[in-house]
Design a protein around this ligand. Structure first.
Ligand SMILES: O=C(O)C(=O)C[C@]1(C(=O)O)C=C[C@@H](O)C=C1
Length: 373
């Protein structure tokens, strides 16, 4: 990049000057409003403490956050996109929540992974995000109270369900208190010592290699594909290897000082991953919610049909049904079911009662706001 700046004409300087005066004035107003909002958040914290009968009141309120973000989007007059607009409010609210009480969020690491990106997207940058090496550890950290919340991947649009996450719910008391969907963009990353004409090894997580298979076949058919434990680990590995590249996301590139040699190389343009937010408490209704349950059934003909019938009868929208082998014995199954609505709503209550009568076991994993961002 050249450091010579272009000379600007007197007319341009005058026009920019006028606009910058306007921007300064608007910033002053935004600044005053942000301070007023932050003061409200401090007062909210006092009220919560005064009326709480438990030692640590619930400062984080996912249902309220979802409403604030939805309201912001509804009020957006452009030209910023709804997503950009809500992201700004996301960060303001994150800073306000940190004033009320610092929130510790454990996520499946290492640093630089898509799960970290999802944690930041959901909680904003004022949350204290802590990386843990395994999904089980994120569940344990939340169950023990060492972290307030956890973020784990649950399904990818190309690769399907993350069975390890579902299985963890069977033996844990943690609740689902939110979801966040992240568009996954993979990039081919290189370091400053990479000979880009001679790339003979490409590192990434097995799922990411699979999600870029066609692109790799077309562009690097002869390069060896090496699966490692995470995309961030792939990015870390290539430092100092002149013949290697990594497939990972923008966060890993930033973290390890790599550059993107090819961008958005995923085969499916709408490749996305859904993450769950787990916590210790249940969440109130936000007006647009989902409920996740896990149900055990005896292995007999028609079991699944029998189980799903009440949803159909009451016109409840099923958003996902996943079958997993039951830990209690061979050839028995458990079903993970997501449906639209909050467990406290009358129709959902009826359906849950009905399902409970038909199942040998029913556990409500949580009702939570539909992902907003
Ligand atoms: O409304 C509340 O309960 C607040 O604590 C305020 C606020 C906000 O900044 O709007 C902050 C944190 C909560 O998670 C939800 C909303």
């Amino acid at each position: 990049m050249s450091d010579k700046s272009e000379p600007i004409s007197a007319e341009e300087a005058a026009l920019l000057g006028e606009l910058r005066v306007k921007i300064d004035d608007i910033d002053q107003q935004i600044g005053d409003l942000i301070c007023a909002r932050a003061n409200c958040a401090v007062e909210v914290a006092h009220v919560k403490k005064r009326f709480s009968n438990i030692t640590e009141p619930k400062f984080y309120r996912p249902e309220r956050e979802a409403q604030v973000l939805r309201n912001a989007m509804a009020r957006n007059k452009g030209p910023l996109s709804n997503e950009e607009f809500a992201r700004l409010f996301r960060e303001i609210m994150s800073a306000c929540l940190a004033l009320e009480a610092p929130v510790k969020v454990a996520y499946l690491g290492p640093e630089g992974t898509y799960t970290q990106q999802a944690a930041l997207k959901h909680f904003g940058h004022s949350a204290q995000a802590v990386s843990l090496p395994a999904i089980d550890e994120v569940f344990r950290e939340v169950a023990s109270g060492a972290a307030h919340y956890g973020v784990v991947p649950v399904e990818n649009s190309t690769e399907g369900v993350v069975t390890h996450t579902l299985d963890n719910f069977l033996g844990s008391s943690v609740k689902i208190c939110g979801e966040v969907v992240l568009r996954i963009h993979h990039h081919l990353l290189v370091s400053d010592v990479t000979h880009v004409q001679n790339i003979s090894r490409i590192y990434s997580h097995a799922q990411s290699l699979a999600q870029c298979r066609k692109w790799l076949d077309a562009h690097y058919p002869r390069a060896e594909r090496i699966a490692v434990s995470s995309n961030a680990e792939a990015a870390r590995r290539i430092k100092g290897e002149w013949n290697s590249a990594a497939i990972a996301g923008a966060m890993a590139a930033d973290l390890y000082g790599l550059t993107s040699h090819a961008q958005n190389i995923e085969d499916q343009p709408d490749n996305s991953t859904r993450f769950l937010i787990i916590g210790a408490e249940s969440v109130g209704a936000s007006g647009e919610d989902k409920t996740s349950i896990v149900v055990s059934m005896k292995n007999e003909p028609g079991a699944l049909h029998n189980l799903l019938e009440p949803f159909h009868q009451h016109g409840i929208d099923l958003t996902r049904v996943e079958t997993r082998p039951s830990p209690t014995g061979a050839w028995n199954y458990v079903f993970f079911i997501d449906f639209a609505g909050h467990a406290s709503e009358p129709v959902a209550k009826k359906v849950l009662e009905e399902v409970g009568r038909r199942a040998s076991d029913l556990k409500i994993l949580g009702s939570y706001p539909k992902g907003v961002l």
